[in-house]
Design a protein around this ligand. Structure first.
Ligand code: ZN
Length: 751
């Protein structure tokens, strides 16, 4: 079917009145009964791709992405975008290597063991993805093996295999390498065999059941078993189903959709008979009730199959207390497990798209506003010890283990979907921050045949270290996906085809077939603040260029050398509207600048940022580094003159080296420094006057420089004068000291 046909309206084909909670999905065929050929028994351990990549046109023909009602912008198929070398392709290429060489039999081993099938001698991936207790495997829904035997450490098994299937599906759509298509087919066929074998035992409640552990975890959850007795059974279920849907959507596997749809029917049969109050209580249980994005994948299955029963199934996962509170704008997040709840929101958004129910959309938008910016660290992460802290608290929530990488993976997913709805630039502003810093930087700069080498926590406390590794953990799983899908958000298009959104400045080529346009983007961003687009196409098109919020020194656009008069406000999109001719060249100049960015709750705790890049101060000290930066601020409000450029994104200030957050280095670092500004100093000239503070911690110099810089010296002096008057009036500065400050400002030679 025409996969990107925006006239395909899902809402119009749904009959919402039919969504009775008790409706069954029994008509769904058991997948795998006519299973395709079994995976090769001799899946190679180290695969050297021999066949050339398939063509972009062929990949495109497989893509079955769906644009939902309510979207005014949409992504391009991944096969329409190719990436040229950048900081992101460093991480991508290292992960693609793992995807190529990692054996499929290892991915399938935990599933095969559970179904009593031959594991072909393969070991489980390891970490959380292990075989578990030898006696536990066959237990059905009516069994409970007892706390001593449940072996929590492996009760999430199967989740990593689901992510791996997503990874090779994304990798295939990105590169066209047949090694990835082969792996998709082998994993899907293997899962089909497992589903069939489980059904043949007659032990489980429905032939669609597919897991790498017994069904008892699900029935125990219905009895409110806590984390420790079970883990998070629907979390794992989501990862497997999402992998299958990606295999269908991106690699054209019909069998994958059959298996996933059959699983969805099993989920429906379990949950549709439960009272709403029981469901509400289940989904609120810490960790055990964590279900990832079950509602999202069920909404996807409803979209792809046109079977609206599954919209009803998706709604069985509503955590009504959270949806209602969020829709009302009531912040109830403090103390909640962040990554338990974030992935529910893309699901609520898609359920909104399929039902038109506004409550969901309000909940999602309000939820976003509770996390960004008030709970968001400089690199885009959030949370301490996996929990949300109080509202508008960043510095105050810095602790031993901040910023689980899964959380940022899911916030990026959510922000992207919200942009499709609202076109609000704030979502893509966050996207750049989280993607370039947390995500690219979550991949250690190394290549491995077995270990994803990605972060769990990408911490923010003084002297911390990135928690690299993570074979088999949640972040190891989302990490598999993160690094093979960079191309999916560089460009979006208006659903009506009238505009092209350039969201990310990453070296790449876009082929927009329907419009007859090709755009070649050449840039060294984020190392250099410039990009050059060659537009090969004819006719009218609005080119919407994202003006990053960090821009301080102007955003200049030239078309074929001529400067354009644009409304280029930082944090928005600037539009170049014209009738294009092949070979038109758009040059974007957005000089980088180094700034100190205060946290929302403590102006003294600041990150140092160069353009979009967060700079990490290398130091093993566990105390905040104290820096006096105002002495170095230039008239333009930047710190450019203070830092020595070491090249490749690295800088030095005094004896401290700063590395870019996307480096993948393995050092001890400080994402935040503590500003130590005891006296009022301008351009190195010390007034001798104490830098007085307001009760909220905002200092005299914070106020002077709070607007980010000045157009000229007169504006600077006027601001100093106004600030002296305010602080004097408030009794924070004596008249005599105020005079000294004014004299010093007058003498200072600000660059
Ligand atoms: Zn995680």
């Amino acid at each position: 079917m025409p996969v990107h046909d925006s006239t395909y309206s899902r809402r119009s084909v749904l009959r919402l009145g039919a969504l009775a909670a008790g409706a069954t999905a029994g008509a769904v065929a058991l997948a795998g009964s006519g299973a395709a050929a079994a995976p090769s028994a001799a899946a190679p351990a180290a695969f050297v791709p021999a066949a050339p990549p398939v063509s972009r046109g062929f990949l495109r023909s497989l893509d079955r992405s769906v644009t939902l009602d309510g979207w005014t912008a949409e992504p391009f198929p991944m096969s329409d975008v190719s990436l040229a070398p950048s900081v992101a392709t460093r991480s991508q290429d290292q992960m693609l290597h793992l995807a190529r060489v990692y054996p499929v039999d290892r991915v399938l081993a935990v599933f095969r063991r559970n179904a009593g099938l031959d594991t072909k001698g393969a070991s489980a991936p390891g970490g959380w993805e292990g075989f578990g207790h030898a006696n536990e495997q066959p237990w059905g829904p009516d069994d409970y093996p007892g706390r001593a035997n449940t072996q929590t450490a492996n009760l999430l098994r199967g989740h990593y295999g689901g992510h791996f299937l997503s990874m090779v599906s994304l990798a295939y759509a990105s590169t066209g390498e047949t090694v990835f298509r082969d792996k998709v087919d082998q994993i899907v066929a293997g899962l089909g065999e497992v589903q069939t074998a489980l059904a043949a035992t007659g032990r489980f409640s429905h032939p669609g059941f597919l897991a790498a552990y017994g069904e008892w975890q699900f029935s125990q959850l219905e009895k409110y078993a806590p984390y420790g007795e079970i883990w998070a059974p629907y979390y794992t279920c989501h990862k497997i189903m999402a992998g299958l849907v990606e295999a269908h959507r991106l690699a054209g596997s019909d069998q994958a959709l059959e298996i996933a749809t059959s699983m969805a029917a099993w989920v429906h049969s379990r949950l549709s008979v439960l009272p709403q109050a029981q469901l509400d209580r289940m989904w609120g249980i810490y960790i055990a009730g964590e279900y990832g994005g079950m509602n999202e994948v069920l909404a996807d299955i409803a979209s792809v199959t046109g079977d609206d029963t599954f919209v009803g199934t998706a709604r069985l996962f509503d955590l009504n207390t959270l949806v209602d509170a969020s829709a009302a704008g009531t912040d109830t997040l403090n103390g909640k497990h962040a990554n338990q709840h974030i992935p529910q929101f893309p699901g609520y958004l898609k359920v909104h798209d399929l039902t038109g129910e506004e409550r969901y959309l309000r909940a999602v938008e309000n939820f976003w506003g509770m996390v960004v910016p008030g709970r968001t660290y400089a690199h885009g992460g959030h949370g301490e010890g996996e929990l949300f802290g109080p509202p508008n608290t960043v510095a105050g929530d810095i602790g031993a283990r901040n910023a689980e990488t899964c959380g940022t993976y899911n916030m990026l997913k959510l922000g992207r979907l919200l942009f499709f709805h609202t076109l609000d630039p704030k979502y893509m502003e966050f996207y750049e921050r989280g993607l370039l810093n947390h995500i690219v930087g979550s991949k250690k700069n190394t290549q491995s045949d077995t270990n994803p080498d990605v972060t769990y926590m990408y911490g923010v406390n003084p002297g911390t270290r990135r928690e690299y590794g993570n074979t088999g953990t949640c972040c190891g799983g989302t990490g598999l996906e993160n690094h093979v899908k960079y191309r999916d958000s560089v460009y979006f298009r208006a659903v009506d085809g009238s505009a092209l959104y350039v969201n990310l400045y990453l070296a790449s080529t876009l082929t927009w077939e329907e419009k007859g346009f090709e755009v070649v983007q050449e840039t060294q961003y984020p190392k250099v603040g410039a990009s050059r687009l060659t537009v090969n196409g004819s006719g009218q098109l609005d080119l919407r260029l994202r003006v990053p919020g960090w821009v301080r020194k102007g955003f200049t656009v030239r078309v074929n050398g001529a400067v354009q008069e644009l409304d280029a406000v930082p944090g928005t999109y600037a539009t170049v509207s014209r009738s294009w001719s092949p070979g038109d060249v758009v040059e974007i100049d957005m000089p980088l600048s180094i700034r100190a960015v205060p946290t929302i709750d403590n102006p003294a705790v600041q990150s140092i940022e160069n353009g979009p890049t967060v700079l990490l101060a290398r130091s093993a000290s566990r105390e905040y580094l104290k820096l006096s930066l105002y002495a170095h601020v230039g008239l333009d409000g930047t710190l450019d003159g203070a830092f020595t450029d070491l090249g490749d994104g690295y800088f030095r200030l005094g004896s401290t080296t700063f590395e870019p957050a996307w480096s993948g280095d393995d050092t001890q670092y400080h994402m935040y420094v503590e500003r130590s500004e005891p006296r009022v100093v301008f351009a190195g000239l010390d007034s001798g006057v104490t830098n007085a503070q307001r009760p909220n911690g905002t200092s005299f110099l914070d106020v002077v420089w709070g607007d980010g810089g000045f157009a000229d010296r007169a504006a600077f002096l006027a601001k100093v004068q106004r600030t002296v008057e305010q602080f004097t009036a408030d009794g924070l500065l004596s008249r005599r000291d105020g005079q000294k400050v004014l004299v010093t400002a007058g003498k200072a030679r600000l660059a």
